[in-house]
Design a protein around this ligand. Sequence first.
Ligand SMILES: Nc1ncnc2c1ncn2[C@@H]1O[C@H](COP(=O)(O)OP(=O)(O)OP(=O)(O)O)[C@@H](O)[C@H]1O
Ligand SMILES: [Mg+2]
Length: 321
Amino acid sequence: MTGPVTDTAATETGGTPPAPGAAGVGSAEAAQRVAVLLEALPYIHRFRDAVVVVKYGGNAMVDPALGRAVADDVALLRAVGMRPVVVHGGGPQISELMARLGKQPEFRDGLRVTDAETVEIARMVLVGKVNREIVSAVNVHGPLAVGLSGEDAGLILAGARHPDLGYVGDVRSVNPSILEKLLAERLVPVVSTIGSDPTGQPYNINADTVAGAIAEALGAEKVLFLTDVPGLLADVDDPSSLISRIDADELQAMVDEGRLAGGMIPKVAAALHAVRHGVASAHLLDGRVPHVLLLELFSDEGVGTMITAGAAGGPAGEGSP
Ligand SMILES: Nc1ncnc2c1ncn2[C@@H]1O[C@H](COP(=O)(O)OP(=O)(O)OP(=O)(O)O)[C@@H](O)[C@H]1O
Ligand SMILES: [Mg+2]
């Protein structure tokens, strides 16, 4: 799929297949393509009908080509019978509009301090801009994606996380019924992470927190966090210190030792909560790598960090179907 562009490229774009011989049927390249498809087969069987929640992070979202690749991947997951749900952030996009409006973003433990004006900006950016862009990119592949916010149909009941943080919300509860209805119709929900309290006050909620909570409420097979680092790093300054697999107790020890910072704190908390409440695995993946979702889901190659409830709970190998 990522091979060099040759005269067989016409096949990939739906054009006329190449004549037998040449670089087509019987060539080494064709054999490699067949091998890739066969490698995917057990995963396609295993994940048929499985709900997978994909959290698409703002920092991995700034490159339009990567955005298209994520949308392609989501359409492909749906095409092979999986039930993807996309939950998106948009931190950099919110900060950008705030800067244009002359407001200075402030973060505490990876969470944005949010006054009344900031929550309004966050809602405009997430629901009005970022959500629309993802929905459009998926719908290039057909009438598949439906955008919604946590305020829609009571999806996310929110409450204040801490008085000092303003309208930064915590998820009080998730009512997944709107998502279940969309998934039953084989539609792809794309969720903006604004929730509301019982009075209708909107809150900006960290997208990782929402992705984990939605994965739990849906009993998802996996929750996949696309971010801007290779995965969980033993040393945040050393990209080669990737931890490819870790269980909940080991990860909890890293948290307790204070080895995580910034946006990794809510991300890991969401992953830990999810795997401790029925989600089979959580994955931290490098969203800067095109088609990293396909690499994780459909190949034997382990990518990123896989988090499971415990040694007894998970499958033997990172890539085993
Ligand atoms: N041990 C660690 N391993 C990996 N990344 C870490 C670690 N500790 C802190 N980080 C930071 O966490 C960041 C990822 O979280 P961040 O919230 O910035 O992005 P995101 O969640 O992908 O996007 P968004 O918040 O916009 O949805 C990394 O860029 C990295 O700087
Ligand atoms: Mg984040």
